[in-house]
Write a protein that binds this ligand. Structure first.
Ligand SMILES: *[C@@H]1O[C@H](CO)[C@@H](O)[C@H](O)[C@H]1NC(C)=O
Length: 163
């Protein structure tokens, strides 16, 4: 059991926390991805999607990188000219810029995208392990949405808990 001062110090340190002690699930908190979890697409393991908890991956978030403890792939941001940037699960971390703000996944102020905490999700064909929909995830730096897809803008991604 942590003392009150320990809890206080833990909370005070949160905005600057860059290291998470154990691999964590990363989840959505609002419809249509409420309690959907980040994972590789079963159709294409380089594409990160939000899907069922049963097939959730666990991630280490450290030194600006988000790395799957399951596949060792790194979550990297594409160079799309649209405001939404394709995320890829790749073997190389690239130039990492991820950070945590409390339990929220962001790109850091000093990253090439500045501080961003919005994500776009678009429904993809096929369904997850429990028959749930899968939603491809993009970093959203503005308001663009692709034509002809079912998408939800301004989603945020979170760690399930800070315990
Ligand atoms: C990822 O690893 C965790 C921890 O070992 C495990 O519980 C989970 O089932 C794995 N997920 C997948 C999709 O393999």
């Amino acid at each position: 059991m942590r003392s009150w001062i320990g809890r206080f110090l833990a909370l005070a340190a949160l905005p600057y926390a860059v290291v998470v002690a154990k691999p964590e699930q990363i989840r959505g908190v609002s419809s249509p991805i409420f309690h959907y979890y980040l994972q590789a697409s079963p159709q294409d393991p380089t594409i990160p999607v939000m899907g069922p908890e049963a097939s959730s991956e666990y991630f280490n978030i450290a030194n600006g990188a988000i790395q799957s403890a399951n596949s060792s792939a790194y979550l990297t941001v594409g160079t799309d000219s649209t405001s939404y940037k394709t995320l890829t699960l790749s073997a190389s971390a690239g130039t990492p810029g991820w950070a945590l703000e409390g339990d929220t996944i962001i790109t850091g102020t000093s990253s090439e995208w500045g501080r961003q905490l919005n994500f776009l999700v678009c429904k993809v064909g096929g369904s997850g392990s429990s028959g749930d929909d899968l939603w491809q995830v993009y970093l959203q730096t503005g308001s663009d949405v692709p034509a002809g897809k079912t998408c939800s803008n301004y989603q945020s991604l979170h760690l399930p808990c800070l315990c």
